[in-house]
Design a protein around this ligand. Sequence first.
Ligand SMILES: [Zn+2]
Length: 187
Amino acid sequence: MWPWGHAAVGYLLYTTWTRSRHGHPPRDLPTLWLLFGTQFPDLVDKPLAWWFGILPSGRALAHSLVPLVPLSVILYVYFARRGRPEYGVTFAIGALSHALTDALPALLAGEFERARFLLWPLLPHVEYDESSASILGHLASIELSPLLAVELGLGLVVVGVWWRDGMPGLAPIRSFVTERIIGSSDS
Ligand SMILES: [Zn+2]
């Protein structure tokens, strides 16, 4: 799944959770934590595998529930003690939904060996053709496929949901850009 697909799935889960649990739409900073969580597995695994050769695959350490679940619990406890449990919840929603949606096509097809990265290193890593893997090469490999069309359609729907929610997360980015970037260039 592409980055916007992970962000879309994570946001739908988060807005559903916070509306049903707390009766209000997503808030700014938890939404940014959610966005970080939805990209976290790829931000960790792709560079460590493709650039540094430390991991055996672009889906290994941060795509595995073995470290992701304890990490999510630790972050939840950390933030809960500081009165911000939503930060931990949103990271967990983002990171865990990323790993599970990456595995979903294989699970739906009954090809469980392709989803075994969910339990790496307890199970062997999944072999991918990553001989020429790079971020640009990854993006250049985009082909119009039914899955891509679904992801793009889902992304558009979620942009509409996000807009209806009041565009949470946009205000802190806008004020950061205004104060730190535009403001510093004026002075
Ligand atoms: Zn991934």
